[in-house]
Design a protein around this ligand. Structure first.
Ligand code: COA
Length: 206
């Protein structure tokens, strides 16, 4: 089951289709749950040949594991807090065009989109999503529900706190910490540690 009919959830449907096409089957997508799907999203699900089954409180009653298809890490964390423990998160989903190096730890609910790269001794917490072409360097730790947007580069030995968002094409220099719930704007470059909950942008990011 994919939780969330929006664009991010539908992209994850595509990740699962690609994994299945590669013969490394994670299983069949039963459908989507969403507490308030828009008419547009319902129509777009139809185009994908799948459907909305109902609100997310259906999940604990279904014999299916779930992946959270919500791009905003704060909303993803709220959904995870509600569903983890009452329903079964999916095993990590890794697009066949993503690469995962040696001795990494990927928790349940992790999704790696096409082109994402994880090198060595990296830890990805529960429900971390690495969007297309995002890269994570050696020894870096990403807390639960971190979102790394397309083409962002998190260097080695970084700490990215739970629920943080690293914007499209942003970079985090080696060894830096981005606090829980912080946001790094698109194209920003983190050269100093970012406090929890802060929004920073620009080069250098302030
Ligand atoms: C940085 C960010 C969080 C700011 O969001 P916000 O608080 O809603 O900011 P606003 O859009 O109101 O813009 C406020 C100011 O910051 C500027 N700004 C916005 N994003 C910026 C960015 N990434 N880098 C530099 N400046 C930025 C705006 O031009 C505006 O400047 P002004 O006051 O001089 O007009 C957001 O713009 C961003 O970059 N988020 C990441 C988005 C992303 O990765 N999207 C991809 C999805 S796949």
């Amino acid at each position: 089951m994919i939780v969330g009919c929006g664009g991010h959830g539908r992209e994850i449907f595509g990740v699962i289709a690609a994994v299945n096409d590669a013969g490394d089957a994670p299983g069949k997508v039963v459908g989507f749950v969403d507490d308030a799907p828009s008419e547009d999203n319902l129509r777009l699900l139809d185009l994908l040949g799948t459907s909305w089954l109902g609100p997310s409180d259906l999940l604990p009653r279904l014999d299916a594991c779930f992946v959270i298809g919500i791009g905003d890490p704060r909303i993803r964390a709220a959904v995870a807090a509600r569903l983890d423990g009452v329903a079964r998160p999916a095993a990590p989903l890794v697009h066949p065009a993503a690469t995962v190096g040696l001795a990494n730890s990927l928790a349940e609910g992790v999704v790696l989109f096409a082109g994402a790269r994880v090198t060595t001794n990296v830890t990805l917490g529960r429900h971390v999503h690495l969007n297309q072409n995002a890269t994570i360097g050696h020894d870096t730790v990403l807390g639960d529900c971190v979102q790394v947007n397309p083409s962002a580069a998190v260097s080695g030995s970084c700490r990215i706190g739970a629920g943080a968002l690293i914007g499209t094409n942003a970079s985090v220099l080696q060894g830096r910490t981005v606090g829980a719930g912080a946001t790094v704007g698109a194209n920003g470059c983190v050269v100093r540690d970012v406090d929890p909950g802060r929004i920073v942008k620009g080069v250098p990011a302030r």
